[in-house]
Ligand binder design. Structure first.
Ligand code: AMP
Length: 398
């Protein structure tokens, strides 16, 4: 879905930031790495701000500045050396994006970061604007938790309000769960209690919005998780067209309500009664969008770049159905060393992406595989087969 507003007042639209300019990225993981690769392809220079050295993004950037996000003098100096700042990690403190904004434009703006980096704030924003969400309650005390369990029922999800991702800081509460120990596990942090969603599938919409209000959404992605971490994504999602159109309509409304400039991801549940509920927002590119690199005319990273730089948005057309499988550190552990890359690539329709991380740990995202095929089912089969080829013991089981 794409659109350019007819009545944008040209004078208030900032001039585009053109190839040859230097972009600053706050954060240095794989999202920053793939953004940097796309930006360099278009002739930009990229400086990475990172709390660590030799990072996935730092390895491919022009400059890797190693400093803490809280070191605001360093952030200001970093911003002074670039034409625009964007980020790939939403848990950057608000003060950090504010310090950068004193020097250059920050896109998406700190206000978007503020809403999306705290689950309670995010859910409250969504609910106030009338976007569909599962019922939730704020949890501080054990009494709050008992009251929420009584009001909204069990099973349910209890999550820390801040700094949660990939299932970290999340507990599934069952009718027999001990609420006191669940509350203790929050360790004094503010929590959010969410009514459990009995979903048919999980989907995500990755969409971009430009300074002039132009909007483009990638085809809807269908996601399956293992241990609350994304495992496989397929595009296009195998859902009715009307549901996909509604998901894009909701996403557009959210980007407009946030007045976001940049690329935002909206994760949603499709319930068994065919209702869409927004689960979470990410003010950035998303793991589910990785297949766009190999399957779409414009990938999500180039689209982020086009949106934040004020260039025309690119075509999001899917060239062929595609599936992406994450490669977690568990594969290295299972293989007892380096996975068998050549075996996974024996199917020429399979593409390998590795993030330059040297320490494989359980649950750590080390890379991904993408497969394209004439149908979504075939793409899923190919990418799963290729991933099994990586580990000798899995190969023998097939
Ligand atoms: P999140 O970090 O909120 O994206 O949650 C990670 C995963 O946990 C989701 O992708 C779902 O698979 C599951 N999950 C999270 N919240 C709920 C919920 N309220 N009901 C059912 N499943 C959930």
């Amino acid at each position: 879905m794409s659109d350019t507003p007819a009545q944008s007042s040209k004078s208030s639209i900032p001039a585009p930031i053109l190839p040859g300019a230097t972009l600053g990225v706050l954060g240095s993981g794989q999202l920053g790495r793939m953004f940097t690769i796309a930006a360099r392809r278009l002739g930009y220079r990229v400086h990475i701000y990172s709390p660590d050295s030799d990072t996935p993004a730092g390895q491919v950037g022009d400059v890797e500045r190693v400093a803490a996000y809280e070191d605001l003098a360093s952030v200001r100096e970093f911003a002074s050396g670039v034409d625009l700042v964007t980020f790939e990690f939403e848990n950057v403190p608000s003060a950090t994006s504010q310090a950068a904004a004193e020097r250059v434009p920050v896109r998406p703006a700190g206000s978007v970061l503020h809403v999306t980096q705290q689950r309670l704030r995010e859910k409250t924003f969504l609910q106030e604007y009338g976007f569909p969400v599962t019922p939730y309650r704020r949890i501080v005390t054990l009494d709050d938790l008992a009251a929420a369990a009584c009001d909204l029922g069990l099973p349910a999800m209890l999550k820390t309000a801040s700094f949660g991702y990939d299932g970290k800081g999340q507990q599934r509460l069952l009718p027999q769960s001990d609420l006191a120990s669940a509350h203790a596990a929050l360790r004094g942090a503010e929590g959010i209690f969410e009514a459990f969603v009995d979903f048919e599938c999980e989907i995500s919409v990755v969409a971009a919005r430009s300074p002039d209000g132009s909007f483009q959404a990638f085809p809807v992605f269908e996601n399956s998780h293992q241990n609350q971490i994304l495992d496989v994504t397929v595009a296009p999602a195998r859902i009715p067209e009307a549901v996909a159109a509604e998901a894009v309509r909701i996403t557009r409304g959210i980007l407009e309500a946030l007045d976001a400039v940049g690329l935002i991801t909206v994760e949603m549940f499709l319930t068994r009664t065919h209702q869409l509920l927004v689960n979470e927002l990410a003010p950035r590119t998303h793991n589910s969008g990785h297949l766009t690199i190999d399957a779409c005319v414009t990938c999500q990273f180039e689209q982020q770049l086009r949106a934040v730089c004020g260039l025309p948005l690119g075509s999001v057309a899917l060239r062929e159905p595609a599936a992406m499988a994450n490669l977690l550190g568990d594969l290295w552990i299972e293989a007892g060393g380096t996975p068998d890359w050549a075996a996974a690539l024996s199917d020429p329709a399979v593409k390998l992406h590795l993030y330059g991380k040297t320490e494989p740990r359980a649950g750590r995202k080390m890379g991904h595989l993408t497969a394209t095929a004439p149908t979504a089912e075939e793409a899923i089969r190919k990418v799963r087969d290729a991933r099994d080829q990586l580990v000798p013991s899995r190969r023998q089981r097939r």
